[in-house]
Write a protein that binds this ligand. Structure first.
Ligand SMILES: Nc1ncnc2c1ncn2[C@@H]1O[C@H](COP(=O)(O)OP(=O)(O)OP(=O)(O)O)[C@@H](O)[C@H]1O
Ligand SMILES: CC(C)(CO)[C@@H](O)C(=O)NCCC(=O)O
Ligand SMILES: [K+]
Length: 266
């Protein structure tokens, strides 16, 4: 039973077709499309794709974008399911004041992170960092409870905000330096240190809270750009959202199967 996993972010849609809905399943095909171009998926990337049996997605873009993605998915029989963060799913407990108001991408990435730790029998607290259009830094305790997390502007938004809010700042790309001596380097370094500093702070807080050294997992399209500037040990995991979607699909299918069994034996 194949699964098409969708990660619809604020800038790009990322998709991956997996052989089975289970952690560690083989990825058959994958791709990425800027949101401007999603109407071309069925006549492009998806034209020769083996029809998926199940479609599960995380979306944080607007409803209009979501409807355009759904229109593309009409070529196949499988009705898309979209993850809505709940009080608990796939072994993770949601500590948000209003669980459904948490971004679906954040919830799914944390489920992916938690599953990764469980698979390695690593009973440790975990900081999950997503570097994309926006940056999020989440804390999960040893028991699998999402304690809370921060949202920061992504690097691009930070620099555009500075450009539009000042007279003297324009934004040619610079390089990260410990002591920047020109405007471009000062801006690029400032944005990078803001993200790295937020992660370091969350790791410190979680260590203090739990008395154990947290594992830090980092994902997102721009995570590799942050890698050289991080001040805490971390692992880059490109597929954290897909891993989470695989785990959720697996759990949902198992629940449905046991439900069917219960109904048939009544
Ligand atoms: N040097 C940098 N360091 C960190 N982040 C950067 C850097 N340069 C660009 N970025 C950020 O990377 C983002 C682009 O990332 P990308 O679109 O690959 O992420 P994404 O995970 O697909 O985003 P989303 O899921 O929100 O659509 C830009 O919005 C910008 O904020
Ligand atoms: C924070 C972003 C933009 C990160 O992609 C997304 O998760 C989102 O729109 N979240 C909703 C608000 C929240 O998570 O509290
Ligand atoms: K994202």
């Amino acid at each position: 039973m194949s699964l098409l996993a969708l990660d619809v972010g604020n800038t790009r849609l990322k998709w991956a077709l997996y052989e089975r809905p289970a952690m560690g399943a083989r990825m058959i095909a994958h791709g990425v499309q800027f949101l401007e171009n999603i109407d071309k998926l069925t006549e492009g990337d998806w034209i020769n794709l083996r029809p998926p049996r199940m479609v599960l997605g995380s979306v944080v873009a607007s409803d209009a974008i979501k409807r355009r993605v759904e229109a593309q998915l009409e070529i196949w029989d499988a009705a898309p399911e979209w993850v809505v963060p709940s009080a608990t799913e796939a072994g993770l407990v949601n500590g948000y004041d209003h669980p459904a108001r948490l971004g679906a991408d954040r919830w799914v990435a944390m489920i992916g992170a938690r599953q990764r730790l469980l698979a390695r029998q690593q009973l440790r607290p975990c900081v999950v960092v997503m570097v994309g259009t926006a940056v999020t830094v989440e804390a999960i305790d040893t028991e699998g409870r999402f304690l809370g997390g921060c949202i920061l502007p992504g690097h691009g938004i930070m620099l555009r905000a500075l450009e539009s809010g000042t007279a003297g700042l324009h934004v040619p790309t610079g390089v990260v330096k410990p002591f920047p001596t020109n405007t471009s380097d000062a801006l690029t370094s400032g944005g990078t240190f803001a993200i790295a500093g937020a992660v370091q702070r969350m790791v410190d807080q979680l260590r203090q809270h739990s008395g154990l050294e947290p594992v830090c997992l980092m994902t997102g399209g721009a995570a590799w750009k942050m890698a050289p500037s991080m001040t805490v040990p971390f692992e880059l995991v490109d597929t954290l959202i897909f891993d989470g979607l695989l785990a959720i699909a697996h759990h949902r299918l198992a629940e449905r199967a046991s439900q069917r069994l219960a109904n048939s034996t009544q």
